[in-house]
Write a protein that binds this ligand. Structure first.
Ligand code: CP
Length: 314
């Protein structure tokens, strides 16, 4: 019996993806859990990059489910004095049940820790993908629309790890239309784009991308954006703002999609990627989406903990 991991949304079967999404919505609807499915488990929380929502969501979520947590600041670990990531992981895997980690770099370290076999590894954001944001977004859409099938989503901004998870998540459902309007040179990576397009084709969904906000599809259900400076990254081009400025989400976008809800993974910079009028306006569900990070984190932790119970019983 192997440990359950959420390093990419591709680690979850269609059935597991659906059940984690719905479970997050159930936790939200009940404002918590009935029992303590994490009782007897310990979750490690290691963030090598800044975080407000994801770290709080998993820390509070584990405790609300009756589990223990150990929080690590990277500079306090022997990693800071030269111990290797491999040796660090080998120790964690002998003491922890679940490790929630943010690297903002490559996912290879998480895969290496997962391969040790002793603990579940949850990707709380890497350079390639932000899968727990993707699960939160699915739960948020499911709560608001009661379905994912048939939704029309316009994503505006860099094709970053949030966009990758959104694309990999939405295209697992039928009849979805996801359009990404991304600044030239800052689109979805070819690898993610190919994987998501393949999933979309298998599910009768469409994934399209343009490098302009002109002629984006109309009658969208959701307009989604993200901060111009993705956490833990910097842009080599000193002139990058000139490319991003035409992609600010303003009230004008609602002329073609008057019923669209507005989503944002946060943190936000009002006046950059979105106007205050939109972020703080009546169509915005950005802070409801932020709260859903905790309910979704609880669903992820419970799913991992169920794997721990299976392994202990095996
Ligand atoms: N959206 C998101 O991941 O927020 P944090 O960086 O605050 O965790």
């Amino acid at each position: 019996m192997t440990a359950r991991h959420v390093i990419s949304l591709s680690d979850l079967s269609d059935e597991d993806l659906h059940s984690v999404m719905v479970r997050g919505a159930r936790f939200a609807g009940r404002s918590g859990a009935d029992g303590a499915p994490l009782a007897g488990t310990v979750t490690g929380i290691l963030f090598r990059r800044t975080s407000t929502r994801t770290r709080t969501a998993f820390s509070a979520g584990a405790q609300r489910l009756g589990g223990g947590i150990v929080t690590f600041r990277p500079e306090e670990l022997q990693l800071a004095t030269g111990e290797t990531a491999e040796d660090t992981g080998a120790v964690f895997a002998r003491m922890l049940d679940i490790m929630v980690a943010r690297t903002a770099d490559d996912q290879a370290e998480m895969r290496a820790w997962a391969a040790l076999g002793g603990m579940s590894v949850v990707n709380a954001m890497s350079a390639q993908e932000h899968p727990t944001q993707g699960l939160t977004d699915l739960t948020t859409l499911h709560r608001r629309f009661g379905r994912i099938e048939g939704l029309r989503v316009l994503y505006v901004g860099e094709g970053n790890n949030t966009a990758a998870a959104l694309a990999l998540g939405l295209t697992r459902f039928r009849d979805v239309h996801l359009h990404l309007a991304t600044p030239p040179g800052y689109g979805l990576s070819a690898e993610i784009g190919t994987r998501a397009a393949k999933q979309a084709a298998a599910n009768g969904s469409t994934l399209t991308e343009s490098q302009s906000l002109e002629d984006v599809p109309e009658r969208m259900d959701v307009v989604y954006t993200t901060r111009w400076q993705t956490t833990g990254t910097s842009k080599a081009d000193p002139d990058w703002r000139r490319l991003f400025e035409p992609f600010q989400v303003t009230g004008d976008l609602w002329r073609a999609s008057p019923d669209a809800l507005f989503m944002h993974d946060l943190p936000a910079h009002r006046g950059d990627e979105v106007t205050a009028e939109v972020l703080d306006g009546p169509r915005s569900i950005a802070f409801e989406q932020a709260e859903n990070k905790m309910w979704s984190a609880m669903a992820v932790l419970e799913w991992c903990a169920n794997g721990v119970v299976e392994r202990r019983g095996a």
